[in-house]
Design a protein around this ligand. Structure first.
Ligand SMILES: *Cc1c(COP(=O)(O)O)cnc(C)c1O
Length: 308
């Protein structure tokens, strides 16, 4: 039984170096004060930046969708799971992001896995910031393309790596816009210059910027007015937008291709109506919530100052 022994030894090792993970029962994480194992604590750990996870109007949009359309999509979107709420949500998405086309995907993790592995061929190259989210790395590994990780925000390092691959090969540069661990920003202006110079596609992950940056909460690319120069913009509905799921926007050819080649889209059941109801309502709400966005920035500034 070496399986069991080996795995138990590995778990014991993780425990020894204080890296063994445990689940703790958490309640009211959608609120400022949550309970962890029954203890009341101030919640500084959620991604619910605008408080949408507990919002009354969004809760109602979600329950209305359940009562009208049921609890499940019953199949993938290409079979019979493409309920009319998808059309509504994707229309709202494209209007919000001012994009040519858009697609809703089952989660941010799935989106990065699916987009990157569908798009980059085995003989292609992926240039990824060292601090990018795990889902980006996993998508790159799944594509079997050559993965080149550049030092965090180091544009010279990236350029050196770009120089070394043939100009005509397929290249994807991919970055978080707001980095999930440190909260710092990608150098999007420089990345746009490099992607143009070296004939690469540029993909950004707006998971932590969607709802938070940009005049209407469209993300950090819009905040810098670079949205038309970035080929692939993905983000999530699971952080500031409060519920679950992800999106990708870009040119029509990109979205058409993903519908045909993204395996997580083709072979996985569509999102439940409730989620689509919440997504559509959150997209509409977030565009109006300028004051809440400003308040979030005030809180962040206050907390950073207090820490230093
Ligand atoms: C959270 C996160 C994801 C994953 O999104 P989920 O919807 O939680 O699967 C992807 N990328 C980044 C940068 C994230 O922070």
């Amino acid at each position: 039984m070496y399986w069991e022994e080996d795995i138990k030894r590995e778990l014991a090792y993780l425990d020894e170096i204080f890296q063994k993970r445990h689940l703790v029962t958490t309640e009211f994480a959608e609120q400022p004060w949550l309970t962890v194992n029954g203890h009341k604590m101030l919640n500084l750990a959620s991604n619910n930046y605008l408080g949408y996870a507990g919002d009354k109007g969004l809760k109602k949009a979600m329950s209305d969708a359940v009562m009208t359309y049921g609890i499940g999509a019953t199949a993938s979107r290409l079979i019979v799971g493409n309920h009319s709420l998808y059309e509504k949500a994707e229309k709202a998405l494209v209007n919000w992001k001012k994009a040519e086309a858009g697609l809703i995907i089952n989660s941010g993790y799935n989106a990065n896995l699916g987009i990157i592995s569908a798009l980059v061929p085995r003989n292609g190259f992926i240039f990824s910031d060292k601090l990018n989210h795990a889902s980006i790395i996993d998508g790159a590994l799944l594509s079997r393309a050559k993965l080149q990780r550049y030092r965090h925000n180091d544009m010279n390092h990236l350029e050196n790596l770009l120089k070394k691959v043939p100009l005509e090969s397929r290249k994807l540069i991919v970055t978080d816009t707001v980095f999930s661990m440190d909260g710092d920003f990608a150098k999007l202006e420089d990345l746009v210059k490099l992607k143009e110079q070296y004939n690469a596609l540029l993909m950004v992950d707006e998971a932590h910027a969607s709802g938070v940056y940009g005049k209407n909460g469209e993300g950090y690319a819009h905040f810098l007015d670079l949205q038309d120069k970035i080929d692939i913009q993905m983000g999530t509905f699971s952080k500031a937008l409060g519920s679950f799921g992800a999106y990708v926007t870009g040119k029509q050819w990109l979205i058409d291709y993903l519908k045909n080649r993204m395996r997580g889209f083709i072979y996985s059941t569509a999102l439940p109506p409730a989620i689509l109801g919440a997504i559509t309502a959150a997209i509409e709400k977030v565009q109006q919530d300028t004051e809440r966005r400003a308040l979030l920035q005030q809180h962040a500034l206050f907390f950073r100052k207090a820490l230093t």
